[in-house]
Design a protein around this ligand. Structure first.
Ligand SMILES: [Zn+2]
Ligand SMILES: [Zn+2]
Length: 273
């Protein structure tokens, strides 16, 4: 069965994510492994951790973790950079203990120091974190294209990967971000060009989000599937592109807006080839 699901909450206890995902019909899910808006990792009890591994085994749901929002691994500020590397390592260690296969990270902002410097910093941060950890694969996520962002062009992801050359580094492509940064993902010619340099084998997850704003808006505004500018037929074409439907497909769409969470997952599944 195709790996389709959504980002779910870990409120109460981290293992409850599996119960929530299962109730919605997910075969894949994404979670934060700590408070997404803080620097410090709040502790997970040994019991919750063991229960998480047990439920993972029992449900077979593929789990992907997402880094918290504050770290910026593209930063040229020494303190901010080392704090961000520490956070990446801590999140990776936590994933290893929970037996989570993938950790998604944004590449961050170069804060005016230029894209070159930003890419250099990201490569340095990820290489250091990979060396200090084991197990989990880090996935670089593409960005919508807000000011100073690193990763708004898929070449940025490829460049970091070319510098690091590590099997434990891959990519996560967000459809809303791609669309916002000017890639019309509903057009197979655009995808041919993108995957000409970016290796499909290194893509392990897709963030399947519709876009509230038009192509090239540079704005990161997720819409429910079929309720944005990509649209159901656009997603049908995107998902039919060779290789895409085998990835872990994760929705990060608004909850309580245009469609229920369970119905949206059913809809996403129905758009697969
Ligand atoms: Zn993300
Ligand atoms: Zn986004």
């Amino acid at each position: 069965m195709a790996l389709v699901g959504r980002h779910v909450s870990i409120a109460g206890s981290i293992d409850l994510a599996f119960d929530r995902a299962k109730a919605l019909g997910c075969t894949a899910m994404q979670i934060f492994v700590t408070n997404p808006r803080g620097w410090k990792l709040n502790p997970i009890g040994k019991d919750s951790e063991a229960s998480f591994r047990k439920k993972r085994e029992a449900t077979g749901i593929v789990s992907v973790a997402h880094m918290p929002y504050l770290p910026n691994i593209a930063s040229s500020n020494k303190d901010a950079f080392s704090k961000s590397v520490e956070s990446l390592v801590e999140n990776m260690e936590r994933c290893s203990r929970l037996e989570i296969d993938y950790l998604v990270t944004h590449m961050g902002s170069h804060m005016g120091h230029g894209k070159e410097k930003g890419i250099e910093n990201v490569a340095q941060a990820v290489a250091a974190a990979l060396e200090r950890s084991s197990g989990v694969t880090v996935l670089l996520e593409n960005e919508a294209g807000h000011k100073n962002s690193v990763g708004d062009k898929t070449e940025d992801l490829v460049r970091v990967s070319d510098i690091i050359k590590d099997k434990r580094l891959g990519f996560c492509l967000d459809t809303c971000h791609l669309f916002a940064s000017g890639y019309d993902i509903t057009d197979h010619k655009v995808l041919d060009e993108m995957f000409g340099s970016l290796s499909m084998n290194k893509v392990f997850a897709i963030h399947l989000n519709d876009a509230k704003k038009e192509l090239g808006s540079c704005l990161d505004r997720h819409a429910n599937i079929g309720y944005g500018h990509i649209g159901t037929e656009g997603f049908r074409r995107f998902l039919s592109y060779k290789g895409i439907s085998t990835k872990a497909i994760i929705l990060e769409t608004p909850v309580g807006e245009d469609i229920s969470e369970a119905d949206e997952i059913t809809l996403a599944r129905s758009l697969l080839p």
